[in-house]
Design a protein around this ligand. Structure first.
Ligand code: ADP
Ligand code: MG
Length: 469
């Protein structure tokens, strides 16, 4: 017969259940010395419906109340009852799982969630030492050898390994939280290193400060490095430099970058931009004889167009004179696009934005996008390293949310374009996500676009998950 995983002694007994609600359970502590060894995050076991069942709970709060009470049993000869101190210790815990010594034909079964609510007066035990190790081993018992992702060791018992199923871990959302300098990036790097040993790993890290580069360059490197091209890459791009040509940006993204919404001409600027881009994309498709795409494309479709041509058309609008009754008069958009044009021209000339507005000539080829995506996504097939770090450190802060958003949107869209059989589940790791995904009321237009993209991925990307830190 299999050894029972959770076997408690009288010395493990903390107390009894005194209150239960839908989410939590309160335990009246009887062994006050045990309380001093208990910490938030430790596990306790509550006796369940049957002898074979325990509910496993995580300690959330530990309270000690000292009260004065009459010590009746210490009454002296004169009948005086002395005052003494009484300890009222309580522990609040949340039930996370159910353990059964026997469950049908199985022994030692742990499952997530409570099968029943704990009942008043049930015994509560501290799970420590051998019991804790046994329980942790149970958690990873069913994870296949090849899918074992070792996250670390349990704080409550350093001899117990924390093993997750790599497959299931990267299918879900996860976040690593902590204050600055607490070791989040290190923890993520460690998870990546362990994940790199898993089969079929496909992870893209959005690295805002270039701090993950050592994972690609130092000895024992296990990741592949890409970088959003900086000013130095415009003439001689270094290996792995990524250009994100402006035509990848959809209408909303371009407008949020160039139109000041407080400007009274903002609606005119948006509408002329949309009109011309639609036309330019249409003529591009015609020149490439892409008749099938012509009937379905929209202004948001990633189709190349010439930016100088767009500017020239906007300038025509901005200076256009039309015949009036007697003399010529100013056209409908005369003078209304000036600020829009100057914002566009300023960014086009700025080398820091070169990865958007000064892409190499071949990025105007119709097949550029699919080649680019193939290089980024399918490198796992030619290279065993399925972890890719994309360095965003040279992206100017004002466009960072848009650029991160466009990049993530591309990865997401491509999953839909791909044949389902070719699709590889992809995990996105967003370090320093607060920089480009601020959740606040006053998020500007650029930030709101990025948030929308990542929200879509989080909600709908069944095969794409994100790990933010
Ligand atoms: N597990 C660890 N052990 C020892 N030092 C660590 C550990 N994790 C992080 N550090 C140190 O703390 C510093 C900050 O860690 P980092 O991961 O960059 O923090 P965060 O990303 O939370 O701001 C690192 O430079 C490293 O020296
Ligand atoms: Mg960090």
């Amino acid at each position: 017969m299999t050894e029972v995983a959770l076997l408690f002694e009288e010395t493990d007994k903390l107390g009894r259940v005194s209150m239960v609600d839908t989410g939590r359970v309160f335990v009246d502590v009887e062994d006050h010395s045990l309380l001093t060894r208990l910490a938030v995050g430790n596990l306790v076991a509550l006796r369940g419906q049957t002898q074979q069942e325990y509910l496993v709970a995580i300690v959330e709060r530990i309270t000690r109340n000292t009260q004065e009470e009459l010590l009746e049993e210490e009454e002296d000869k004169e009948g005086n009852i002395p005052l003494g101190q009484a300890l009222e210790d309580t522990v609040r815990a949340v039930v996370v799982g159910t353990y059964r010594t026997v469950d049908g034909d199985d022994n030692n079964v742990f499952k997530r969630g409570a099968d029943s609510f704990p009942q008043i007066d049930r015994d509560c035990y501290v799970i420590a030492g051998k019991n804790l190790q046994n329980l942790m081993n149970l958690l990873s018992r069913d994870v296949k050898e090849s899918e074992r992702l070792q996250l670390g060791r349990f704080v409550a018992d350093r001899s117990a390994l924390a093993i997750a199923s790599g497959d299931r871990f990267f299918q879900r959302h996860a976040s690593v939280l902590g204050s600055t300098g607490s070791g989040k990036s290190w923890a993520v790097a460690l998870i990546l290193e362990r994940a790199s040993r898993l089969p079929h790993v496909n992870i893209i890290v959005l690295d805002m400060h270039g701090e993950y580069s050592p994972l690609c360059t130092e000895s024992g490197a296990f990741a592949q490095r890409f970088k959003i091209a900086g000013p130095g890459d415009l003439d001689q791009p270094e290996a792995g430099a990524i250009f994100l040509p402006y035509w990848l940006l959809n209408r909303e993204e371009m407008i949020s970058m160039f139109v000041d919404r407080t400007d009274q001409n903002a609606p005119n600027q948006s509408s002329r931009f949309t009109f011309h881009v639609q036309q330019l994309k249409e003529s591009y498709l015609q020149s490439q004889k892409k008749t099938d795409v012509l009937s379905t494309f929209t202004v948001d479709s990633p189709i190349p167009y010439e930016l100088p041509e767009l500017i020239s058309r906007l300038k025509d609008d901005n200076t256009q004179m039309v015949p009036g009754k007697t003399t010529e008069k100013q056209g409908e958009w005369h003078g209304k696009l000036t600020r829009f044009i100057s914002r566009l021209e300023a960014k086009m000339a700025d080398r820091r934005y070169g990865f958007l507005f000064q892409p190499p000539g071949e990025s105007m080829d119709y097949d550029w996008l699919s080649n680019f995506i193939r290089a980024l996504m399918l490198s796992t097939q030619t290279d065993s390293r399925g972890i890719k770090v994309v360095d965003f450190s040279e992206v100017p802060p004002d466009v960072l949310p848009i650029v991160a958003g466009v990049f993530a949107r591309l990865l997401y869209d491509v999953q839909f374009w791909m044949e389902p059989t070719q699709r590889t589940p992809l995990a996105i790791v967003c370090d320093e996500a607060h920089i480009y995904l601020p959740v606040r009321e006053d998020a500007d237009a650029v930030e709101k676009r990025a948030l929308a993209v990542f929200e879509t991925i989080a909600k709908e990307g069944a095969s794409m998950e994100s790990l933010c830190s």
